[in-house]
Design a protein around this ligand. Sequence first.
Ligand code: 1CP
Length: 339
Amino acid sequence: MNDTFLKACRGQKTDYTPIWIMRQAGRYLPEYQKVRGNVTFLELCKTPELCVEVTLQPIDILKVDAAILFSDILIPLEAMGTPLEFHEGRGPVFPEPIKSQTDLDKLIIPDPEEHTGFVMETIKLLRKELKVPLIGFSGAPFTCATYLIEGGSSKVFWETKKMMYTAPDLFHNMMRKITDTTTLYLKAQAKAGAQALQIFDSWAGILAPRDFKTFALPYVKEIIRDLKDTGLPIIYFANNGATLLELSESSGADVLGLDWRINIGDAAQRVGDVALQGNLDPFSLLLPKNELKKRIAAILDDAKDVKGHIFNLGHGIHQFTPPEQAIAAVEYVHELSRK
Ligand code: 1CP
């Protein structure tokens, strides 16, 4: 069992810097495309045998030090009782977005085993196969709320901010329901065998620090507090969150994920004993290999005083990335950090 990733999460010394890649299973891999060619994305997410197959692909191909469960942050939201569709080229769509307390009242707090048993089954199957630790995950409540309120992806988040500012009680009621759902969902993943848990706050960066503190952070804190008794390391990734770093640290997470917009050495100076994960710009994978290697060396050097560094990209790998560039990046991180 390769436990380098788990050691780094706990701030312990490792022989080399572990690496995994956000969205490491996905469309940039021809092997994933092949599986995905026969089923829709949601069918894939709900078929444990196929989820296992695509989760394992990047472990074999890239030689990363951790696996991440193949699923999506929107799966537990669908389980709350709101229909979810994925439209080719447009991404997720919730055709019945939440606009009122009446809409919200229709949503349930689902029993994770009963409504998302396929996720727990995937985790159990994966643990039999894997020689690296398995990361389970969810969205953070704020990020989940944006999808339910906007009815899908957004660029300006008009509806979300309108609700926050003009109907704060409704917004908080909704966060309450998503938080309770998320806590149960992550606890069930821990019980099924996940060995670390990452909370993705992909849209936290659209918030002013004051609003982050009022509308988003308390719910993340609560989830992390309630997960403490699982004993698993918790990674909190607030994308575009350089201005929220100290607040993010107060979440109580063991590891903070960093996007590429901040120097990891500067981030380390601003926080205490927390481990850091990141933070190569995903587009750096397009650099010629010698330049890519220099970028990786620079990040490893910037992170030399970090107590527990897990190498990753600053956000998900882009779908048009040549897989051989990702393979090279993993090799470089291993080779350079061993010296
Ligand atoms: O067409 C396809 O095959 C679907 C593409 C795809 C994939 C491969 C989607 C649609 N989701 C996923 C898998 C996925 N999503 C994983 C597991 C794979 C891995 O990491 O190896 C994870 C952890 C996620 C998490 C996720 N889904 C996030 C948080 C991370 C991030 O990128 O910020 C978000 C925001 C989503 C929503 C989502 N899922 C898919 C799309 C197109 C979107 C919308 C993104 C947006 O609004 O811009």
